[in-house]
Design a protein around this ligand. Structure first.
Ligand code: 9Z3
Length: 350
């Protein structure tokens, strides 16, 4: 669902559905395609998107970290590297952003999958929405810092008995992944940041060709307001909000065609109507030349997914024998096997 959200300092975001008494989001879209009738080629739309995006302030640092991470894991180890995207992107409505359109995703899928990819021997680039779920934190409460610790006196704190095992596991596993150079975490908020960072990652991953995987679990905005069309200051309430949204160019095509053509690419398809889910996943598979599309329905997404490939549809379910078992466990095993077969079919590495 698309909602307008009002961020408040230091807390989770309150949301406002549209339309509202004081604020009405009016969007004008081309009736049949939902696209601005621009008539532009994909390349031209992509160029317009990147030209209009506010540049990343730390792109040099990100590129350096990426190159170092990839170098460290590729030679002489020849480790497989996966980029896991996680959480929803925002599309700002104002340049000095107070309001934005958000995409639903808690980040649970991406964070949990990251843990299983690490277990399967991958190095992971975790491209995540700030303040979304993090790897190794599943067993911790929502506010781990305040709830897991207690003061022993005015100067010292200790881990509460109830959380000692969970905290120990989270800290040790997270530390060994990051310090061991196996987990690189890169945060984003907006669709502009997300797509620029995805491009940087893809271009850096070209060097490891088929050993690279993209696991695109993030919920990515379909529409955005181009930066140059965006008002600078906070839109005043009480005014009719007339925002022209433009379709985000289909970057999956760019990823496959231009950025990292040899990488193994998995995208996700989310629907609320299970009757159209597999059809839509099959369409995405063909249209964007994905190696597999993971189809999930919103309410059952933690229980079951279907991996749609050109050859077959594979139902993957959570093992219900243990309450803690996740659907991501068998899913990552399956995708890791498929990736290994893909690497073998791709022939010797350069
Ligand atoms: C997914 O389908 C993810 O599995 C979920 C995970 C977002 C449902 P949570 O983060 O949920 O664990 O709460 N991600 C892709 C969603 C998406 O927007 N896909 C686009 C589409 O369906 C294609 S990129 O059209």
């Amino acid at each position: 669902g698309t909602r307008i959200r009002f961020p408040r300092f230091g807390e989770h975001l309150a949301s406002l559905s549209v339309p509202n008494h004081s604020l009405c989001l009016e969007t004008r879209m081309n009736a049949d395609s939902g696209l601005e009738a621009s008539g532009k080629t994909l390349e031209a739309q992509v160029k317009a998107f990147f030209d209009s995006a506010p540049p990343l302030h730390n792109s040099n640092e990100i590129t350096q970290n990426l190159n170092h991470f990839i170098q460290r894991n590729s030679s002489p180890l020849g480790r497989r590297i996966v980029c896991v995207t996680s959480g929803g992107t925002t599309a700002p409505l104002e340049q000095r952003c107070v309001r934005y359109v958000d995409n639903f995703s808690s980040g649970h899928r991406g964070a949990t999958s990251t843990e299983y990819f690490l277990k399967a021997g991958y190095a992971v680039i975790f491209l995540y929405r700030r303040r979304s779920f993090q790897p190794f934190c599943r067993s911790l409460p929502d506010d781990p810092l305040l709830e897991c610790f207690e003061p022993t006196n005015e100067l010292n704190i200790q881990v509460c008995e109830a959380y000692s095992e969970a905290v120990q596991r989270a800290v040790v596993e997270h530390h060994s992944a990051v310090a061991g150079g196996l987990l690189l975490k890169l945060p984003f908020n907006t669709i502009f940041e997300y797509l620029q960072m995805l491009q940087l990652i893809a271009l850096s991953m070209r060097s490891i060709s088929s050993r690279a995987m993209f696991y695109l679990a993030a919920a990515v905005s379909d529409y955005y307001v181009p930066w140059k069309d965006m008002v600078e200051h906070k839109i005043q309430s009480g005014h009719l909000l007339d925002v022209k949204l433009v379709q985000v160019p289909k970057m999956l095509s760019m990823l496959r065609r231009e950025w990292a053509p040899l990488a193994f690419c998995i995208s996700f398809k989310l629907e609320t109507d299970s009757n159209i889910l597999l059809y839509k996943a099959g369409t995405a598979l063909e249209k964007y030349k994905m190696h597999a599309v993971v189809a999930n329905e919103l309410s059952s997404r933690k229980e079951q997914v279907v991996v749609v490939t050109g050859a077959e549809n594979i139902i993957v379910q959570r093992d219900k024998n243990q309450p803690d078992n996740d659907v991501e466990d068998p899913l990552i095993k399956l995708l890791s096997e498929k990736h290994a077969a893909y690497i073998q079919d791709s022939g010797p590495q350069v």
